[in-house]
Design a protein around this ligand. Structure first.
Ligand SMILES: [Zn+2]
Length: 382
């Protein structure tokens, strides 16, 4: 069996429901991975993740490579054992973080030389190093090292960068030492140029990788370009492989990504927003510090099964948040992660039901984006 074995189970338009079998377990797709940058989904334990029905998590290669180091993680029995998370893990290649270190990096054909923000040391991230580090973690899925460029970018620059991404991908493929235990996903680039993106997706499809990601999006481009490029990229990828849209997004973005033919997502939005006191609920966003929650004993979201919603009222959550208590981000994160997993379950059920059910879910998710707690204009509520 393939190291990342994808089975397509149902389709509604371009939306796909499927099953991805990885070395550490099975993932029902479409699926959302919470982000565990430092080898922890901030504020949650692995038991919390299981209770929230999380199937798979993402960790960041850059952070874990610099600290505590891939050899130390290997010696500790790998990332799964260190984190005590025994479900599937995907790591990014580290490229995105390194490319964002604008003043402290030098890009060559070999790779990227950069100065770490954590220990001040100069390091060299190459396709070979990215694969070595991720295999040392022992993760289920390693992402290929790709070149990340800014938006907007000149067409020639995008074309040259996309070609380099393909060369780096081939070096990643050649560097693999554990292809039976760590899958390698390639990343489709091509900027916002439809012809470049389509050509790159077709080129990568021909390489018969374990899975594919659509990258270089959610970098500041208009929303409609993001989903047009995701759909275009997905349409050129093989139907029997998983498709992952990196770094997206809000609840409505997940619905639109699925409608574009995407199976897998990750984003810091649910966890980061929680730490800023913002919850995603079936009534729209809730900003817990708002004064109108001060005397409200009702739950954050009456439709949510999470511990925070089952046991605590908004008044108490607001009190914890305004008092800067550590329990506030913990409970809000638990809620948001649970809400995102519930949303993915609803999306999967809607795909089984058909295109009309998906369209209805999209209408609901559009309302969530516009509404703060059921109130259409959030600015007027405070
Ligand atoms: Zn909840």
């Amino acid at each position: 069996m393939a190291v990342a074995d994808y089975t397509l189970l149902a389709q509604a338009g371009r939306a796909r429901r499927g099953r991805l079998v990885l070395p550490h377990g099975e993932v029902q797709t479409p699926a959302f991975m919470p982000v565990g940058t430092q080898g922890t989904v901030k504020a949650l334990t692995p038991v919390d993740l299981q209770t929230a029905n999380v199937q798979m998590v993402l960790a960041n290669t850059y952070h874990l490579w610099v600290r505590p180091g891939h050899e130390r993680i290997r010696a500790l029995g790998g990332l799964h054992r260190m984190m005590d998370w025994h479900g599937p893990i995907l790591t990014d290649s580290g490229g995105f973080q390194v490319f964002s270190l604008k003043e402290f990096r030098k890009i060559t054909e070999e790779g990227v030389r950069f100065r770490s923000t954590i220990d001040g040391q100069w390091r060299h991230l190459t396709p070979e190093v990215a694969v070595e580090v991720q295999e040392a973690f022992g993760v289920d899925v390693a992402m290929a090292f790709d070149e990340c460029i800014e938006w907007p970018a000149e067409r020639d620059h995008v074309a040259r960068s996309t070609e380099r991404t393909t060369r780096w991908l081939k070096r990643c493929m050649a560097a693999r030492r554990a292809p039976e235990s760590t899958a390698l996903f390639g990343i489709v680039q091509g900027g916002m140029h439809p012809d470049l993106r389509a050509a790159h997706a077709a080129e990568l499809a021909a390489l018969d990788l374990d899975g594919y990601a659509v990258g270089g999006l959610s970098v500041g481009e208009p929303r409609e370009d993001l989903f047009a490029m995701a759909e275009l990229g997905a349409s050129h990828l093989p139907a029997n492989k998983i498709r992952y849209l990196m770094g997206v997004g809000y609840p409505l973005d997940l619905v639109d990504g699925v409608l574009a033919g995407i199976d897998l997502f990750d984003c810091v939005i649910p966890t980061r927003s929680a730490r800023f006191g913002v919850a995603f609920t079936s009534r729209g966003r809730v900003t817990i510090k708002h004064a109108r929650h001060r005397d409200d004993p009702g739950p954050l979201d009456p439709d949510c099964p999470c511990y925070a919603c089952a046991r605590f009222g908004r008044a108490y959550l607001r009190h914890l948040y305004t008092a800067n208590e550590i329990l506030a981000p913990r409970l809000l994160t638990l809620h948001n992660v649970t809400f995102y997993q519930s949303l993915m379950a609803r999306i999967r059920a809607a795909i089984d039901e058909g295109p009309e059910a998906l369209a209805r879910l999209r209408t609901v998710a559009t309302m969530w984006m516009k509404a703060e707690d059921g109130v259409a204009d959030p600015e007027s509520t405070e």
